[in-house]
Design a protein around this ligand. Structure first.
Ligand SMILES: Nc1nc2c(ncn2[C@@H]2O[C@H](COP(=O)(O)OP(=O)(O)OP(=O)(O)O)[C@@H](O)[C@H]2O)c(=O)[nH]1
Ligand SMILES: [Mg+2]
Length: 333
């Protein structure tokens, strides 16, 4: 995945199919003078249905889809034959997709499970054929029901769950670099702050064909709550991640302070962010020699009493396997 793969909001117009007409056919046969009514029912109009798919991570595949229309039901025929149902249309969405009515903003529903389906626009019912309308007083009704029209609705699809692990850190902490070595994502990396302007996602292939998803978001700075830097805007993308990975570079002036600033910005955004599992990762540890790293460890043991931390270097490929193992354990705890 590269920059620009990230789509978490799309608008779609959906229309279900109209029900087919009921038939008002009268039976005709040689030697039978007055056949009875034998018009069949119209078929149901097609539904537009949403379906959860655990292999999708964004709404990118729906980016250029503006309209979805299901098929109309077929009309009823003679000999009580029922019209065919209109073709249903499925829209596949990642888990965590919230569907809103575009007009009212009301949340209609949310897809959270694989293969879960929800009818977004119900197909119109087919009309009944004249056969149903026989009565004592009218043996040959020449009347049948029309099909019912389908529904149309403008919806907004919004993605909330994006990844299992969210990367949190100051600009330039090495978040995108870490994503690029853990996954096949190719985010932009550069030696200046705010290189990343939009979230990037990557899939970490773990042992035995397991995998988990990591989201790299733009850097957070002190005062983000007041709109500094890119502000809090992107935090919503890690709101539902179960685990947050705090990345602080080894050359930070004060590692503990940097961590606390990040934590405080998250708290100001939404206190529930602090209920998530956290892991502190000191990045760029290739810049430390053994002695310096030991010294730092002693300090961090004091600073982070009880909170787990680990050292990694994306560039020197140090600590990455341990990091994956650790994340996997946290996600599956
Ligand atoms: N020495 C060293 N440098 C690193 C390492 N990881 C990243 N860097 C460098 O740090 C700089 C910033 O890296 P990025 O991955 O773009 O940082 P970021 O956190 O994504 O930054 P923003 O997108 O601006 O928030 C780049 O020059 C990287 O080459 C590392 O493990 N060791
Ligand atoms: Mg970046």
């Amino acid at each position: 995945m590269t920059e620009g793969n990230f789509v978490d909001y799309v608008k779609i117009y959906v229309a279900s199919g109209k029900g087919g007409k009921g038939s008002s056919h009268l039976h005709r046969e040689k030697f039978i003078e007055k056949g009875g009514p034998d018009g069949g029912d119209g078929g149901r109009g097609g539904h537009v249905i949403l379906r959860g798919n655990k292999n999708l991570w964004t709404l990118f595949h729906l980016k250029f889809l503006r309209h979805v229309k299901a098929g109309h039901g077929g009309d009823g025929g003679s000999s009580r034959s029922t019209g065919a149902d209109g073709e249903d249309k499925f829209i596949e969405v990642p888990l965590g997709t919230v569907i809103k009515d575009k007009e009212t903003g009301e949340i209609l529903f949310e897809i959270t499970e694989h293969d879960e389906t929800k009818i977004l626009a119900k197909g119109g019912k087919g009309g009944l054929g004249n056969w149903h309308f026989r009565s004592a007083t009218n043996q040959t009704p020449r009347y049948a029901q029309p099909g019912i029209t389908g529904e149309e609705v403008d919806v907004i699809l919004e993605l909330k769950v994006l990844a299992d692990v969210g990367l949190v850190g100051f600009p330039n902490a090495g978040k995108s670099t870490l994503l690029s070595v853990l996954t096949s994502a190719k985010p932009k990396i550069a030696d200046y702050p705010f290189t990343t302007l939009k979230p990037n996602l990557g899939i970490v292939a773990y042992r035995d064909f397991q995998s988990f998803v990591v989201a790299d978001i733009p850097g957070i700075i002190e005062g983000a709550a007041e709109g500094k830097g890119l502000g809090h805007y992107f935090l919503r993308h890690i709101e539902r991640n179960s685990t947050l990975l705090f990345l602080v570079p080894a050359d930070a002036d004060d590692i503990k302070k940097e961590y606390e600033i990040l934590l405080d910005e998250l708290r100001r955004y939404n206190t529930e962010m602090l209920d998530k599992d956290r892991l502190i990762v000191i990045s760029k540890c290739d810049m430390l020699d053994d002695e310096l790293q030991k010294e730092m460890q002693q300090q961090l043991d004091k600073d982070f009493k009880g909170i787990e931390y680990m050292f990694i270097s994306s560039i020197a490929q140090q600590g990455l396997t341990e990091l994956k193992d650790k994340l996997w354990k946290m996600l599956n705890a």
